[in-house]
Design a protein around this ligand. Structure first.
Ligand SMILES: [Zn+2]
Ligand SMILES: [Zn+2]
Length: 314
């Protein structure tokens, strides 16, 4: 969610009627209805043969509304905690402020605004699931505030707790960024708008398509469209994906997509690349169903007709 999103939302509310598109059903993930998780809910999703947790997630609930494209967010986001040898890689950090404040681009307005406690939930979950293991890396799927905004504070808290400053990592395209070449958006603009000074965060190397992330077993899959540098993490051996929910029929319009055509193409790429995987989504509600109003059959994008560049999100 962004201030850009606010304008688009207002425009979208005027333009959007009921979805005038055929409803299609893809059977990617089990249609498992999920209740809205309470803030701080921890789920262990995968273990090794001796029962050690390899993958877990913690619910960050911050009042993200369930409207339009976000209808199935169930009010928040997941932060994923992935075993990385003797450390933990964190995928996605929640917003620093309630949604309405995250949309305000001027940090000075937020001085007296109460901050959310997402980082406390993340730290508690790390210590519960992986006792004694420090956070080694903080990776973000894309620059939207609901997945990034409080990352500089988590980096500082991790340093204070373990004496190691885990680098913040994302794709180059989503760090500094300009919307249609005009005003600045992206993670750095998001951090600044949240009141962090430039000296308060440290970037690691930019994520690259296909990169293996330490000892996690996961690789980076670039999925530009929703944002220019959006990614998912995939583990082809365990057949697990973390990121957006794969859809054979992505929505025809998305209030938040920066490039709708690319969004649709990469959604199909993701669907095919991870068919049969266990999918875990960045928003709690997205796993609840694979039914999505999509394009008519005749408008399906032929997968073979698309070329995917090796470094699509650099
Ligand atoms: Zn987003
Ligand atoms: Zn989101």
């Amino acid at each position: 969610m962004t201030r850009l999103g606010l304008g688009l939302t207002l425009a979208g509310l005027l333009l959007l009627g009921s979805p005038a598109v055929a409803e299609t059903t893809a059977t990617v993930a089990p249609a498992e209805p999920l209740a809205k998780p309470a803030a701080g809910t921890i789920q262990v999703l995968d273990r090794d043969a001796s029962g050690r947790p390899l993958l877990a997630r913690v619910a960050l609930v911050h009042g993200l509304p369930d409207f339009a494209e976000s209808r199935m967010t169930l009010g928040g986001t997941w932060s994923y905690l992935i075993r990385d040898g003797d450390g933990v890689l964190v995928l996605d950090v929640g917003p620093r402020f309630p949604l309405a404040w995250s949309l305000v681009p001027w940090a000075s307005w937020k001085v007296l605004t109460p901050k959310l406690d997402g980082n406390a939930h993340i730290l508690k979950a790390v210590e519960t699931v992986y006792p004694g293991c420090p956070i080694t890396t903080i990776v973000m799927t894309h620059w939207h505030a609901d997945h990034t905004e409080d990352a500089p504070a988590l980096q500082r808290l991790a340093f204070e707790r373990w004496g190691v400053r885990p680098p913040l990592r994302m794709t180059a395209a989503d760090r500094p960024h300009r919307w249609r070449g005009l005003f600045p958006i992206g993670a750095e603009a998001t951090f600044s708008a949240a009141g962090f000074h430039r000296s308060e965060w440290t970037w690691g190397l930019d994520l690259r398509e296909g990169e293996r992330l330490g000892k996690t077993g996961f690789r980076v899959l670039c999925l530009p469209g929703h944002t220019a540098g959006n990614i998912a993490l995939v583990d082809p051996d365990r057949r697990i994906s973390l990121g957006p929910t794969p859809r054979i029929e992505p929505p025809r319009e998305s209030l938040w997509a920066e490039d709708m055509e690319t969004y649709r193409a990469t959604a199909l790429r993701f669907y095919h690349a991870t068919f049969g995987y266990r999918h875990f989504s960045t928003h709690p509600g997205r796993e609840a169903t694979e039914t999505w109003p999509g394009a008519p059959e005749s408008e399906k994008v032929p997968v073979s007709g698309h070329e995917f560049h090796g470094h699509a999100c650099d």
